[in-house]
Every structure is written in C-alpha cells, then in structure tokens.
Design a binder for this molecule. Structure first.
Ligand SMILES: *Cc1c(COP(=O)(O)O)cnc(C)c1O
Length: 372
C-alpha cells in the first residue's frame, strides 16, 4: 500500500494529511484499480477539483468500483453529462449575496463562505462553481465587508460559517473569525458546517476544541453519508467536539448507488446518535452541474423516512429536505400522515400511523388560541 512506510506522527498530523492529498491518475492508480469511467472523469478538461486526504483514500475498497467512499470523491465521466434543470448555481446563492460570500436568504440568519478550500472534494458539491478554486477564496477585504453587513443588520441572530470547509483554516484564523462574530451583540448563535471530522479527523485536536469552546453557543453540523465513514478516528474527533460542549448535527445527501437504501440510512443514523450526533437534514441532491447521476427519485427519500419514523428513535430521524432550485430555501418533504376528516366522526381527524393503521384524533369544537 502507498502509505505503508508513513510514520504515525506524520499520519496523525493534519498538515501532513493535507500536504499529501492524492488527485492525479498516477497517485490514484497506486491505491485503486481505476475504471475507464474514472479515467474519463479524472482526465476531463475543467473538471471540478479532485483532492483526497490519504486518511480518506485508504478507506476506499480498491477492487470495488461501487465502493461508497470511492464514489463520493473519485469522479466519473458521467459528471460531464447535462440534464434537465441543471444549473451552475442551482440555489441562486450569488443572486442572494448582498456582499461577496454572504448569502442572506432567510430573515434571521445568514450563510458565510469563509474559504473555498476543503479537505477533500465531494463530487456532488453544491458550490462546485467556486469551491476548490483557490483564487475565489474570500479575501480579508471581503471578510471585513461581510462583518460590516452583519453589524449593520440587527435582524441576523444566527450565522452559519461555511465554505469550502471552515475547519481547514488555521487555529489563528478561526480564533480571529469567531472573535469578530462574537463581538457583534445581536448574533446569538454561531454554527459551523464542516466535513473535516470525516475527511480529516486529525484536524480535531484538543487545541482546536479549546478554541471552539470559548465561543459558545456554538453549534456544528458535520456532513456524512455512509456508515463506513464513521471510523474509530472519526468517533474520537466527534467525542472531542461533543466534550467541548458543542451540539452536533449531521447533514447527509441522498446519493444514488451510495446511500439510497433504508438499511444503509438506518445504520448511518444509529452510528451517528451513538456518537452524540443528531441527524439534522437528509438532502435531496441539488440540480448542480456534475451531479446528475447522483440524483434519486423523491419517492425514494420518502420511503427511507417512512422506514425510519416510528421504527427507530425519533432523535435518529432526519428531516428530508429539498433545497428549492432558484433560492426559495429548504422545503421539508414528509410522508402523508394527515388523511383528512372522517365523514361521520364530528371533529375527528384521520391519521395514518407508522404501521399504516388509521387513528382518529378529536379536536375541540370551541378552541380559541392565544391572540399573538
Ligand atoms: C441552509 C441554509 C441556512 C440554514 O438553514 P436552517 O434550516 O436554519 O438550517 C441559512 N442560509 C442559507 C443560505 C442556507 O442555505
């Protein structure tokens, strides 16, 4: 194996992991038996950046072209295929950016792109139009303009730090960034969206956790899609974050051929709650360039939710959402359980239980709610 000779102190060092990422056909050929489709994807002109940490690369099954780890990070020729509804910026983020890198879509919260770098690059990335393009990473001047916008808008109580991956920044940069946000009084909560605990668990050092915990209330959403990603190293990084008092959530993307099965999703959510991570969203794959072949039907997503709800802990069931193309925001999609009113049951409302049985709930005939 390519990394047999690497000493533990290097392997466990996140800088070493980033410096030794694999991206070329030559490097990847030493790890996996590349298929013709992968070779087409890897050699395509202008393809979305490929970079895989040695840690994540060694989780790949070298002989299985359908390995769920492999399919998330090694491109296929199919990435080049167009499809109905395909867009470069399917969520219209650029149009909803009052200043570069700040997406203000909802009334009380914003998404802040602080870097275009990631530890590794997911093939279905919703921000592939800028992520991985290092010349598009926000400058200090952009950051100052973002902060200025936040200071001038007291309606913003929640800032979601995203990218790229914010945890690829140095400890010093993160401390500065979080300190600047915390100095704005109306910002109540700060959240970080990151896949670093999965791609680069070595980054979650005790030092980093000591910095993060100074900026509470701080929440983190990680991004994992398959139970194979929850290794001993990942468990340790999640334990450190949870022990720093950080509430952890997970966002998954429903991906054809990778995790589009109730059985795999159930294993994933169980592994997550065991690690004190609450499944938050299960996303329908966006209509973004390069992602066409990862899309599933919406019926598949609903079927997965139906097979989780009631059958396992409520904590373990994520919300299934479709981020509305065009920038309308996340739309929660749920199986139909409210069946309507019974013809002869007075105030009775018919409900479908998780087992498919019908129950009737009686509403009060004279209900008056609070006026505000
Ligand atoms: C997802 C998202 C948020 C956060 O949405 P929640 O539903 O509160 O998690 C905020 N802003 C933008 C632009 C987003 O895409």
């Amino acid at each position: 194996m390519k990394w047999d000779e690497v000493v533990d102190t290097d392997w466990n060092n996140w800088h070493w992991q980033l410096k030794n990422r694999v991206s070329s056909v030559e490097d990847l050929s030493q790890i996996v038996q590349l298929t013709p489709e992968e070779l087409t994807g890897l050699t395509a002109k202008d393809r979305f950046r490929v970079d895989i940490t040695p840690y994540f690369a060694q989780l790949i099954d070298p002989l299985d072209p359908n390995c769920p780890i492999r399919r998330q990070v090694i491109p296929l020729g199919q990435e080049l295929q167009g499809f109905d509804g395909m867009m470069a910026d399917s969520l219209a983020e650029d149009a909803q950016s009052p200043v570069p890198g700040l997406v203000h879509r909802y009334p009380d919260r914003v998404l802040m792109v602080v870097t275009t770098h990631c530890a590794s690059y997911c093939r279905y990335c919703t921000r592939s139009r800028m992520v991985g393009e290092w010349d598009k990473t926000p400058t200090t001047a952009d950051f100052e303009r973002q902060l200025d916008y936040l200071r001038r808008n007291p309606c913003i109580r929640d800032v979601l730090i995203s990218g790229g991956d914010p945890l690829t920044l140095s400890d010093t940069a993160l401390r500065y960034l979080l300190g600047q946000l915390r100095a704005i009084e109306h910002i109540e909560i700060i959240r970080i969206g990151t896949r670093v605990p999965i791609f680069l668990p070595q980054r979650i050092t005790p030092d980093l956790c000591n910095i993060l915990k100074k900026f509470h209330p701080l929440w983190i959403n990680i991004h994992t899609n398959h139970p194979k990603e929850i290794t001993a190293e990942v468990s340790q990084s999640l334990t450190r974050l949870a022990n720093a008092g950080i509430p952890l959530g997970n966002q998954s993307v429903l991906l054809a051929g990778i995790n589009d099965s109730a059985n795999i999703q159930q294993q994933l959510v169980h592994a997550l709650v065991k690690n004190r991570v609450r499944p938050y969203y299960l996303y329908q794959c966006d209509l973004v360039e390069g992602s066409g072949h990862f899309r599933t039907s919406i019926a598949k997503g609903l079927e997965i939710i139906e097979q989780l709800q009631g059958y396992t802990s409520g904590y373990a069931v994520p919300k299934y959402v479709i981020d509305a193309p065009g920038g309308g925001g996340k739309v929660v999609v749920t199986p139909q359980t409210l069946l309507g009113r019974a013809a002869d049951a007075g105030q009775g409302v018919l409900l479908r239980t998780y087992k498919g049985e019908i129950a009737t709930y009686y509403e009060p005939p004279d209900y008056v709610g609070l006026s505000s």
